[in-house]
Design a protein around this ligand. Structure first.
Ligand code: GN1
Ligand code: MG
Length: 365
């Protein structure tokens, strides 16, 4: 690929690039923070999209535009209440007027405005933070709740469709065989024991009980920006996976990430647990924004959502481990196995708290 500094220059109408450094902890794209010598707006985010995963990156940019423009129009009509701000990243145009740049090697680059005075957390242990992360997802869904899902392209067919991940798992297992070692065997059994249930959300969708809406696709804790001073949620970032989907994918993903204080990258998978107090706080924040558009059936599938998305992510990591780490970036060969064990342990903890979760959901409605 071209050097990121040269690419960054394609996105600035004036000024000079002072620095480009790797940014965040993305598992799929390459992300950089660019610093310019322009005092008014010294930073922007530069990303090289993974086009092996997102095969039609121009559609990703289309979804991004549709959704950010929709939200900006809504915010202009109904501003955010006092003591809060809500921000939407802006797509920055390239010199040739397009909203992306293709380098000499064919890599697809795009630039987004940087949201200032905000921070992210990789894990949470504080109930106030959990409430704000939930609020952030709720606000995001609520602002998109009047955008028909059909206006967005399906940029990642099969994303979060668990039965499809199971089919792929079976294919990989058939092609590569089972992995050696007790932990891989345990993970294999874990998948077997849950396969019959894994279609739960897709079945509800096929029967018309759940419907497609615009979703974020990846609302894990560190994709919710919190104001650096007030800790209030100010934005959701990482908008590549915005597309039609079930809000349950998002709610499940946010809860599986937000209620695991050990974090998804911990090496101590045995210590992983799903924390019900964080779940209550996160859902409370979410529902403060989402009550107006959730249906009876939506509530009925919230527990399934968090159990399923934790399981599904474990399955995706485990499959990638078996396939030789072709999808998620890894720091060592067993990395995806370790990640899978974390999500499977989390799934077990969620399962052991089904009654508690049912009570939390009943209380908060
Ligand atoms: C990937 O690249 P990143 O970190 O934004 C993945 C998500 C997973 C997440 C787990 C397109 O997101 O689905 O939940 O890793 N994104 C894609 O950390 O597969
Ligand atoms: Mg992402």
């Amino acid at each position: 690929m071209d050097h990121p500094i040269n690419v960054a220059e394609q996105f600035i109408p004036q000024g000079r690039v002072l620095e480009v450094r790797p940014y965040g902890r993305g598992n799929v794209h390459d992300t950089f923070l660019v610093t310019l010598d322009i005092a008014a707006e010294p930073h922007f985010i530069l990303q090289r999209l993974n086009t092996r995963v997102f095969r039609r990156p121009e559609l990703v940019m289309g979804n991004l535009r549709i959704c950010t423009e929709h939200v900006r129009r809504r915010l202009a009509r109904t501003p955010t209440g006092a003591g809060r701000r809500w921000e939407v990243p802006r797509v920055l145009g390239a010199r040739d007027g397009r909203d992306y740049f293709i380098d000499r090697q064919g890599s697809f680059w795009r630039a987004l405005s940087f949201i200032d005075s905000a921070c992210t957390l990789d894990t949470i242990s504080d109930l106030g933070h959990a409430r704000e992360v939930g609020y952030g997802l709720g606000r995001f869904h609520q602002l998109l709740s009047d955008l028909p899902a059909a206006h967005l392209s399906d940029t990642l067919p099969g994303f979060h469709v668990t039965p499809g991940y199971l089919r792929h798992y079976d294919e990989v297992l058939a092609a590569h065989g089972a992995a050696p070692g007790p932990e891989a065997a345990q993970a294999g059994r874990f998948v077997q024991e849950r396969r019959a249930w894994a279609h739960v959300l897709e079945e509800a969708r096929a029967q018309g009980r759940l419907c497609l809406r615009p979703i974020h696709g990846d609302p894990k804790v560190n994709n919710v920006l919190l104001d650096a001073e007030t800790s209030r949620a100010v934005a959701l970032v990482d908008l590549d996976t915005v597309k039609p989907g079930l809000v349950h994918y998002d709610i499940g993903d946010c809860l599986r990430s937000g209620c695991n204080p050990q974090g998804e990258e911990t090496e101590h998978w045995e210590a992983v647990r799903f924390e019900p107090d964080l779940c209550r706080a996160l859902l409370q924040g979410y529902l403060s924004q989402a009550r107006g558009f959730l249906t009876e059936a939506d509530y009925g599938h919230l527990y399934d959502a968090v159990r399923l998305i934790a399981f599904e992510l474990g399955l995706r990591f485990f499959t990638d481990y078996l396939e030789g780490n072709v999808y998620f970036k890894v720091r060592h060969r067993e990395h995806n196995l370790a990640r899978a064990l974390v999500q499977f342990r989390l799934t077990e903890s969620i399962e052991s708290q089904e009654t508690v979760m049912g009570a939390i959901i009943r209380d908060l409605r």
